[in-house]
Design a protein around this ligand. Structure first.
Ligand code: 13P
Length: 251
């Protein structure tokens, strides 16, 4: 059985004070959860502050991006050892907003995954099609190309530690969610593809999150699908009430 993993991607939100307020509430309201791995992913500048609040709790910490070199003349970048140094255990890689606005490609995603693994960070790797691709029937081609580009060249052990997030771009921040069936279809496709690229045993342990307008009122139906192992939540992770309800979807 794969343990569900629900992560909040805070995106470009929350100053230190706001972040501390939010995680203090989450810590209080989620302390009884053991069935779900919980992660919050704030902006870089508050990682250490948030880590202080989350020390010895059941809530994990993740960054939203990284650069693949450890150090050097790369002004404005942050590396895996630096993220590790904040206390974080996870890092989101290849989010569609990074692909769309910051030139991220499958090749850079692959390099970033390597850097994360080298330093013991768990990558949460995002894939997903845009609306035009879905409407022209190219969803599976796009997902295949992304997965083949991002997940090549890893050992079996490395693959087992990976978290994949399927985020249809047309469902992000739009209030339009993929139906549980639409999501399940792509999740199964990703798992079968990973089984072909690696082995069935590996594909069966990799957790695949769904992301795209996940809310308290749709999480249960999404989680009822066989290949949906959690969620990567944007907007609804910014308020304690809604994120707590999402994490406790099983109640
Ligand atoms: P929303 O939940 O706001 O649609 O964002 C999804 C997302 O991009 C999470 O990474």
């Amino acid at each position: 059985m794969r343990k569900p993993i629900i992560a909040g991607n805070w995106k470009l939100n929350n100053t230190s004070k706001e972040a501390i307020e939010l995680v203090t509430l989450l810590k209080r309201n989620l302390s009884d959860v053991s069935k779900v791995d919980i992660v919050v992913c704030p902006v870089f500048t508050v990682l250490m502050d948030v880590n202080d609040v989350l020390a010895n709790t059941n809530i994990g910490l993740g960054a939203q991006n990284l650069y693949w070199e450890d150090n050097g003349a790369f002004t404005g970048e942050i590396s895996a050892p630096m993220i590790k140094d904040t206390g974080a255990q996870y890092v989101i890689i290849g989010h569609s907003e990074r692909r769309q606005f910051f030139g991220e490609t499958n090749e850079t995603v692959n390099k970033k995954i390597k850097a994360a693994l080298k330093h013991g960070l768990i990558p949460i790797v995002c894939v997903g099609e845009v609306l035009a691709e879905r409407e022209s029937g190219k969803t599976f081609d796009v997902i295949k190309e992304q997965c083949q580009g991002c997940f090549q060249g890893f050992s079996e052990e490395e693959m087992k530690g990976m978290v994949v997030a399927y985020e249809p771009v047309w469902a992000i921040g739009t209030g339009k969610t993929a139906t549980p069936q639409q999501a399940q279809e792509v999740h199964k496709f990703i798992r079968d593809l990973l089984a072909k690229m690696y082995t069935r045993e590996i594909a069966d342990v990799i957790r695949i999150q769904y992301g795209g307008s996940v809310k308290a009122d749709n999480i249960k139906d999404l989680m009822s699908q066989a290949d949906i192992d959690g969620a990567l939540v944007g907007g609804a992770s910014l308020k304690s009430d809604s994120f707590v309800k999402i994490v406790k979807f099983y109640e």
